[in-house]
Design a protein. Structure first.
Length: 206
């Protein structure tokens, strides 16, 4: 059965953040709030935890995972960022956008799109996420929490706990989240391409 932490969205309790990071470092799968919707997360290098997330979401190997990073410098460790992409990232992070970029060798191949060698990256505008990433000192491997049989995503952490308490190791309650995932922007070509319209103004991407 999973644990349930109520963490203040504006003043995250350091003790709970440390405990949450330890669960991730020990191979756990967590549910956590972002600036768009609740998400599933695990340690980048943990193959078993990533596979558990695939099973919960019923994902194929063609689904891009997202690396949730602290800042632009961390993004540049895991993705190839040219000058144009850097300017766009700087203008729209932190925020509810996921950017598709070519991955560096720091990203395990099993996490990449099998044909494109790409990875999704984002920097959420969430104090809980920032505190957790600081404690982990590395990105979270993540996907939006949207179950296959759901018409709408969860917005309440207690509902998530009741549904997934036997499938995840921790649910972080950071207050009500929205139902809209991030806007996804493909930066693999010279002109950015909007792959999914979500939270975040797609007209601002240029």
């Amino acid at each position: 059965m999973s644990q349930f932490f109520a963490i203040h969205p504006d003043n995250p309790q350091p003790r709970l953040i440390k405990q949450a990071a330890k669960i991730v470092q020990d191979g756990g799968v967590i549910v956590y709030p972002t600036d768009s919707a609740y998400a599933l997360g695990c340690q980048l290098a943990n193959k078993d935890a990533v596979e558990r997330i695939r099973q919960i979401r019923q994902l194929t190997d063609k689904h891009n995972f997202t690396l949730v990073c602290r800042d632009l410098s961390e993004i540049s460790t895991y993705a190839i960022v040219d000058n144009a992409a850097f300017r766009l990232l700087k203008a729209h992070t932190p925020g509810p956008y996921t950017f598709i970029l070519r991955a560096t060798s720091e990203v395990p191949r099993r996490l990449l799109h099998p044909k494109r060698n790409t990875i999704g990256l984002r920097v959420p505008d969430s104090k809980i996420v920032r505190a957790l990433l600081d404690e982990l000192d590395e990105p979270l491997m993540s996907v939006t929490l949207a179950l296959p049989d759901q018409e709408f995503p969860f917005v309440d952490a207690q509902d998530i706990y009741e549904s997934l308490q036997h499938r995840v190791d921790l649910v972080i309650d950071g207050g009500a989240c929205g139902m809209t995932p991030t806007t996804v922007v493909d930066l693999m070509q010279e002109i950015p391409t909007i792959l999914r319209v979500g939270k975040g103004d797609p007209s601002a991407i240029s």
